[in-house]
Design a protein around this ligand. Structure first.
Ligand code: CP
Length: 317
């Protein structure tokens, strides 16, 4: 694996899960792989889990790690090509990317959808420029349309907790006061569609995701029906995808908050969320504080997913 941006690059899913199990049981077995190799983590957006878990994964593999917050201390970067740079951005990404590439062996990039231009977001303008101009293997730490390290950790967690071979997994939209990207639900859907699980997406009308990510999932607008007999409830807010409402909040309907009444309809389901989560908007306190909430082991598996992917990248260089 040279670059990692989606489920496509992970290869055989069963093998990837086997690799992840090995990494989890033997976190320091491959320290020599990263010896004298530098991992650079570049953040255009805030992070807690991705920053720490990916840094930890690199250190477990013996790598040196550099973290750069573009918006704190670096020059503001121009990302559009062909513009007259007479504004507040003194450096162009066309120079900045190869310079960053010259200082490291592997680059991780976090760059969210900006909701200004749907085409730019869905063409992954920033991530793809890193792939094109850095000269180094690049992996996504959440880009405009996908969050593959999160989805891989989610899959690892479901495999660890599932009680039947083909669990019913439900992705539910939940309310949030601000517009959030579709990267997590898109990516989760893409990874769930790569399994043989029963996969259902439920959301209010108007929140339909890009059909390329929905794939073969069942879309159920009746949330109570969707919850019935579920083994896993995966909650996430996202802003509207469809035009003319792209990037807009259409509803903050609190009947979509994951609560004990809806969880009671399930097959004693586990509650999952990528975090950070707004309590009593996305999920009620009693659900996230219950024994059925697995958000902490899910977040802990972010080290495992990052280390499994980084190991494959190191093996390729
Ligand atoms: N789930 C996740 O990516 O968390 P952070 O935004 O804190 O990295």
């Amino acid at each position: 694996m040279r670059h990692f941006t989606s489920v496509q690059e992970i290869g055989d899913l069963k093998q990837a899960l086997e690799n992840a199990r090995y990494v989890k049981q033997n976190p320091f077995a491959d320290q020599s792989l990263g010896h004298n190799k530098t991992l650079m983590l570049i953040f255009f957006n805030s992070s807690l889990r991705t920053r720490l878990s990916t840094q930890k994964a690199g250190m477990n593999l013996g790598m040196n790690v550099i973290v750069l917050d573009i918006n704190q201390g670096a020059w503001k970067l121009e990302t559009e090509q062909g513009v007259v740079m007479d504004g507040d951005k003194p450096e162009h990404i066309l120079e900045a990317i190869p310079v960053m590439g010259s200082y490291c062996d592997v680059i991780g990039v976090r760059s969210f959808a900006q909701f200004e231009n749907k085409e730019n977001d869905y063409n992954e303008l920033i991530l793809n420029q890193f792939i094109r101009y850095s000269g180094k293997p690049v992996f996504s730490m959440e880009a405009a349309t996908r969050h593959p390290l999160q989805s891989f950790a989610d899959l690892i967690t479901i495999e660890e907790y599932k009680k039947r071979e083909r669990p019913k997994v439900v992705l539910t939209w939940a309310p949030h006061p601000r517009a959030l990207p579709q990267a997590v639900p898109n990516s989760f859907a893409e990874w769930m569609n790569a399994t043989d699980y029963e996969f259902v997406i439920t959301h209010p009308e108007g929140y339909e995701l890009d059909p390329q990510f929905v794939g073969d999932a069942t879309v159920e607008y009746d949330k109570e029906k969707a919850y019935r007999d579920a083994d896993f409830i995966y909650a996430k807010n996202w802003a509207a995808y469809r035009d003319p409402h792209y990037g807009k909040v259409l509803s903050t309907d609190r009947t979509w908050t994951v609560d004990a009444a809806k969880m009671a309809l399930t097959n004693d389901a586990y509650f999952m969320h990528c975090l950070p989560v707004r309590r009593n908007m996305i999920v009620s306190d009693d659900v996230i504080d219950s024994a059925r909430s697995i958000v902490i082991p899910e977040a802990a598996n972010r080290v495992v997913s990052a280390q499994t992917v980084l190991k494959e990248i190191l093996l390729s260089i």
